[in-house]
Design a protein around this ligand. Structure first.
Ligand code: ZN
Length: 332
């Protein structure tokens, strides 16, 4: 079984992976980690809010002779529901600190003003990218999510972690792209990294379009590229990711992912040169039926790559009747 090796034991600390094999979102498994720092347990990510994840966590705690009460703090690699799921349940049992990137805070707390701004951001984005009915349908789903947001909101204080911070002898590095708030935790001494979703073995990580706290579109694909380079530059032995197997060839894998992004850029540029100018049409030409099946992911990909190509001076855009049209620059 090609699985995460259990219980990486270092001189004074041990990592106990909690793994749930699942086809949730085709990610393969949901992984989160108990770090025994010699006396106290730190939870890195908190799985999905499901009975399966709760049971896995409890049985791993039992294996090491601990209980939920021994967890002293929670560190989150990002705010997504498959990483922060059990946080409310854990906080019900005891009030422990939760640490995450500042950009995770309004998302985890379901800050009404932020969510409304984000809703408006997507309404405009989908309209201007030519998504028509698909965009309108997606917008309705987002509106519903806002209505339920209060129930899901974390009520606790979230302590901010940024690049250069250090906690429990883990160095924080910012690795955005998949989400604006993605961070990784580096244990230099023991040469491992809790890497969240920045890079996965055998699955592609989508760079998801999102606004910053002021409502400006973040350059997700550029960020993802930079994060992959940052990960690639780490002098470490093993990445402990949010899904799938642990990664022992992070340089090679990061280079593969970047090459894949390069190929995507070339294909998108070819489509534009071939006369497809509207983002929603580029998305359909590129992805076919997948455009309808996984619309938000596909549009994120296409918009992210268009932003990247534009930042590289390879394409430019003009607005015609409220919709952006992209054209290739004549050079090369
Ligand atoms: Zn994830």
């Amino acid at each position: 079984m090609n699985k995460l090796e259990h219980n990486h034991t270092m001189t004074d600390r041990a990592v106990h992976p909690v793994i749930w094999d699942t086809d949730y979102g085709m990610v393969g498994s949901i992984n989160f980690y108990l770090l025994d720092t010699g006396g106290s347990l730190v939870l890195i990510d908190a799985g999905l809010d499901s009975d399966e994840c709760r049971t896995r966590l409890q049985s791993e705690l039992k294996n090491i002779g601990a209980t939920v009460a021994d967890i002293s703090r929670i560190l989150l690699t990002h705010h997504h529901e498959d990483h922060a799921g059990l946080v409310p349940w854990l906080l019900e049992q005891q009030n422990i600190p939760v640490h995450a990137h500042p950009d995770a805070v309004p998302r985890l707390k379901a800050d009404r003003k932020f969510l409304e701004m984000r809703l408006e951001f997507f309404r405009t984005l989908y309209r201007e990218m030519g998504c028509g009915d698909m965009g309108a349908a997606r917008f309705e789903t987002l509106e519903e999510t806002i209505r339920d947001a209060d129930e899901l909101a974390l009520r606790t204080e979230i302590r901010p972690l940024e690049e250069g911070d250090s906690i429990c002898r883990l160095d924080v590095i910012e690795t955005p792209g998949h989400s604006p708030d993605c961070i990784s935790f580096v244990d230099k001494r023991n040469r491992f990294v809790f890497s969240g979703d920045v890079i996965l073995d055998g699955a592609s990580v989508n760079a998801l379009i999102d606004p910053d706290l002021d409502g400006n579109r973040l350059p997700s694909v550029s960020q993802q590229r930079q994060s992959l380079k940052k990960i690639s530059g780490l002098d470490t032995d093993v990445l402990l990711p949010g899904h799938r197997n642990e990664i022992r060839n992070h340089r090679e894998l990061a280079a593969e992912k970047i090459a894949r992004m390069d190929r995507k850029d070339v294909r998108i540029l070819d489509l534009i040169r071939g006369g497809t100018h509207v983002p929603a049409e580029i998305a359909q030409a590129y992805y076919g039926k997948k455009y309808h099946a996984v619309f938000p992911l596909i549009m994120s990909e296409i918009i992210g790559h268009l932003d990247f190509l534009e930042s590289e001076g390879k394409i430019s855009k003009t607005m015609t009747r409220g919709i952006w049209h992209y054209r290739a620059e004549s050079s090369d």
